[in-house]
Design a protein around this ligand. Sequence first.
Ligand code: FAD
Ligand code: DHB
Length: 396
Amino acid sequence: MKTQVVIVGAGPAGLLLSEILHRHGVESIVLERSSREHVLARIRAGVLESTTVDVLRENGLSTRMDVEGHPHDGMRIAWAGRDSFLVDTYQTLGRRFMVYGQTAIQEDLFAAADRRGQAVLTEVSDVLLHQHDGAPGAKPYVTYVRDGQAGRIDCDFIAGCDGFHGVSRRSIPEAVRREYEKVYPFGWLGVMARVKPLPDITYVNNPRGFALASYRNQQLSRFYIQVPLDHKVEDWPDDRFWPELKARFPAEMAAAITETDTIEKSIAPLRSFVSEPMRYGALFLCGDAAHIVPPTGAKGLNLAVSDVYYLSKALARWYRSGDAVWLDGYSATALRRVWSSVRTSWYLTTLLHRFPDTSEFDQKAQEYELDYLKHSARAQAALAEQYAGLALEKAD
Ligand code: FAD
Ligand code: DHB
């Protein structure tokens, strides 16, 4: 087979890239390791920056989001023994963010891919990238196995959208890659439950650990609590989860949370990770393949979308005019936004969690940082700007 761009991974980054490229008349084939059912069953992100909402709207992907998504004006911060406060992105910046599950975005992206007859080859294994180093005369291609048959796709470019554990990043020689990593000493237990959500997305710092109440729709809540790294989902039956969640929220908020059977539980470790550069010859990395943020602040999916925005513009320009200037600038442009969100999610993680090895000094400093944030409109404006997400650098 032959195409212009092979996209490895059918997560939000890969499918969105194929959609935008198609709108620019650029052909692609998407290779995905898992089944479509598996990809659609993953419950992950929920909060979309207004820039992400704009990109989805500009590319005809917002019909359902605009009906079922829930615009929010700000995020609330609470901590033990004090009144909570709202960091109001709408009042400060005139920007709302949207609560709309990643699962729904995946459904919308697969539906759009089906409508245009996009080639998405699922359940492929042994994906390998070849001749992607950009050497003169190199002709990139990708090999894989599907249904026991070996396949090969020749292409101009490869987009590595295959997440943190994918093959793409590892196809850049170690001598070229520079990796920056911070691993946090706890994980998040995530729970979905048919419970009326709290009115605001609420982040809690409590001596028992961090907690978060988020939203999916008027009857569906998403909750997270900080748990030790060695805990398993089996350690958290419902009759342990609900009292612990409520114990971390201020009493009046806890009283508004109804206990019910939970629908889904999973535990995710927290890490910050960036691999530079995001381009190697004909290979371009997008999304979690190049960077991971801890979920505090909800940046991961949004970064996948901003990477795809920059890469799709750059590829479209190259195919339109043969001008490689944006392709050459892709890594530096994408990384500016990546590092900004990496910093924000590190800051929020540090501000809101209880660290097992914290010193009394660190604990005091954290409390006074929260106090400052609560009482300073300027500090709140700075956080609102970071939480809402930086504007995309407009390429044209
Ligand atoms: P992925 O979604 O990981 O997709 C990569 C795809 O590549 C997968 O389908 C995988 O099967 C496939 N693949 C992997 N290896 C191969 C291979 N060798 N060959 C072929 N295919 C391969 N982000 C936010 O913005 N807001 C939030 O509120 C938020 N909350 C989160 C909550 C949780 C619990 C978690 C775990 C994450 C959260 N995130 C959030 C992060 C967000 O989900 C990710 O950043 C996002 O999924 C990244 O998209 P992606 O397409 O880059 O990668
Ligand atoms: C959600 C996840 C986050 O990481 C976050 O900071 C806010 C909300 C969510 O899944 O709804």
